[in-house]
Design a protein around this ligand. Structure first.
Ligand code: NIG
Ligand code: FE
Length: 413
C-alpha cells in the first residue's frame, strides 16, 4: 500500500528509541508533505513527495491523504475491558457527591462487578469485550493491555484471562494480559486477608502460569484495598512465575505503592494522582514507566496527576485510558490525549508521545509498535483534514480519525 500527499507523517522516532524520558517527550518528529510505503504489514519506507522515487509513485494500490496527518496508533497500556455489566446506577450516587470509597462501601464498586462477572459465561464476556475493543480500535487504538480483577475467585479470574486470550486470537492488534486478582478482598475474606493472598499465591498463580494466561501481575495497592506488605507478597509470588508487575499505585493516597513497585522492578506504576517528592525521587533511579490515566480523574473528580513534575524530573510518562465500568467508562484515547493537554498541561507533542511510543513501552512492545519507523508494524491512523497536529487534542470530544490501518490493511470493524 502506498499513501501519498500526506500533510504530516507523525512520530518518526528512530528504531533504537524504545522509551522517551522527560524532555525527550517534547520532541515529536514529523515529516511534512510525505509519502509512506507499507509492505507485508510493515512500514517499508517513507520520504518527501518532492523526491518520491518513480518506481514507488507508479504503484497501483494508492491512497491520497491530502490535508491529512498519519499518526502511529494509540497504545493503550491500562484497561479493564472484560466486565459483565456497566455500573451507571453508581453514576447517580456520584452526582449526589458520594466518593469512590463510599460507593464501594455501599455495595457498589469492584465487588459489585465481581458478583456480576461470576454469573456471566465466557461467551457473554467475550461478546461484551469484543464490542468495546472494536470501538476502541475505530477510535485509533492499535495495541492494548487488558486486566483480570473482576473474578476474585480462581474459576472467575481464569475465566476472565481465557476471554483475554480469545481476544488475542480474534483481533489484529497486540494484546497483553495482566492478572489482577489483588483488586479487592472478596466478602468472605474481609477479615482474612492472608487467606485470600494464599489463594492467589498457591492456587491461582500456578494455574495461570501453567496455562500461560498472563503476561503481567497487578495489585490495587491502596488504603482499604491491598497494603504495601500485601502488595509485596503478591508481586514477589508473581515474579516467581515470570510475571512482571504493573501496579495500581497512589490513586487515592500516597501509600508506599510506588516504592514497593520499584523494588519489585515494575514495568509501570499506574495512576499516581497522588504523589510527593519522595515518589518522584524513587522513580528517578528506576526504569519504571509512569502511566497516567486522566479520564479516571475526570470521571471520579479526583486530582489529575502532576504530569509536568514527572516530566521535569526526567521520568518516562505514558498515557492510557483505564477503561472500566467503575472509574472510567470510556476507552477513547483521543479524549485521554486532550485531557493530558487541557487538564495536566502537557504539550500536544508530549501527550502524543506518551500515548504512542511510551504506551508501547509500558507493554514492552515498543520495538515493533508506537512510532512510524521503518520495519515496525503498520498500525496507524489517518486523520480527517486538520490544520495542525495540535488540532487533534484541541478539538476534544470530536472525532478526527478517518481511516484506521492495522498490519497494513484498512480496518472497518
Ligand atoms: O483503575 N482502582 C482500581 N481499579 C479500577 C477501578 C475499578 C472499579 O471501580 O471497578 C481503576 O480505577
Ligand atoms: Fe485500573
Amino acid at each position: 500500500m502506498l499513501i501519498t500527499n500526506i500533510k504530516g507523517l507523525v512520530g518518526l522516532h528512530s528504531k533504537d528509541k524504545l522509551v522517551l524520558r522527560g524532555g525527550e517527550l517534547d520532541y515529536l518528529p514529523i515529516l511534512e508533505n510525505a509519502w509512506l510505503l507499507i509492505e507485508n504489514g510493515l512500514i517499508k519506507d517513507f520520504g518527501e513527495m518532492d523526491s518520491i522515487p518513480s518506481h514507488i509513485s507508479n504503484l497501483a494500490s494508492h491512497i491520497s491523504a491530502e490535508g491529512r496527518y498519519i499518526f502511529p496508533s494509540w497504545c493503550d497500556s491500562h484497561t479493564h475491558i472484560v466486565f459483565a455489566a456497566s455500573r451507571e446506577e453508581e453514576f447517580a450516587m456520584k452526582i449526589q457527591g458520594k466518593s469512590y470509597e463510599e460507593i464501594a462501601a455501599a455495595g457498589g464498586g469492584i465487588l459489585n462487578s465481581a458478583d456480576k462477572l461470576q454469573k456471566a459465561s465466557e461467551d457473554e464476556l467475550f461478546e461484551g469485550a469484543s464490542i468495546r475493543l472494536k470501538q476502541m480500535i475505530l477510535q485509533g487504538t492499535g495495541a492494548v493491555e487488558i486486566k483480570s480483577g473482576y473474578g476474585l475467585t480462581t474459576e472467575s479470574e481464569i475465566k476472565m484471562l481465557r476471554v483475554i486470550r480469545r481476544l488475542k486470537d480474534h483481533f489484529p492488534i497486540p494484546i497483553k494480559a495482566t492478572f489482577l486478582a489483588a483488586h479487592a478482598y472478596p466478602a468472605e475474606f474481609k477479615n482474612n486477608h492472608q487467606g485470600y493472598i494464599d489463594l492467589i499465591v498457591n492456587e491461582m498463580l500456578p494455574q495461570i502460569a501453567e496455562e500461560k494466561l498472563a503476561d503481567y501481575i497487578d495489585v490495587f495497592c491502596e488504603k482499604g484495598f491491598f497494603s504495601v506488605e500485601e502488595t509485596d507478597q503478591v508481586l514477589k509470588a508473581g515474579g516467581k512465575h515470570g510475571l512482571k508487575p504493573k501496579v495500581h499505585a497512589n490513586q487515592l493516597s500516597v501509600s508506599g505503592a510506588v516504592e514497593v513497585s520499584v523494588q519489585n522492578k515494575a514495568i509501570s506504576v499506574d495512576h499516581l494522582e497522588e504523589s510527593d517528592e519522595e515518589t518522584i525521587q524513587t522513580l528517578r533511579n528506576a526504569d519504571t514507566i509512569v502511566t497516567l490515566l486522566p479520564s479516571c480523574s475526570f470521571y471520579l473528580g479526583i486530582p489529575f496527576a502532576d504530569a509536568k513534575s514527572f516530566i521535569k524530573a526526567d521520568l518516562p510518562v505514558a498515557l492510557a485510558t483505564d477503561y472500566n465500568p467503575g472509574s472510567t467508562p470510556s476507552g477513547n484515547m483521543n479524549f485521554v490525549v486532550s485531557l493530558g493537554c487541557i487538564k495536566m498541561k502537557m504539550f500536544p507533542e508530549q501527550a502524543i508521545n506518551a500515548a504512542t511510543l511510551n504506551g508501547a513501552a509500558a507493554m514492552e512492545i515498543s520495538e515493533n509498535y508506537g512510532s512510524i519507523t521503518v520495519g515496525k508494524k503498520a498500525n496507524l491512523f489517518i486523520t480527517k483534514p486538520m490544520p495542525s497536529i495540535a488540532y487533534l487534542p484541541y478539538s476534544f470530544g470530536e472525532m478526527q480519525i478517518e481511516t484506521v490501518i492495522l498490519n497494513g490493511e484498512i480496518y472497518n470493524g
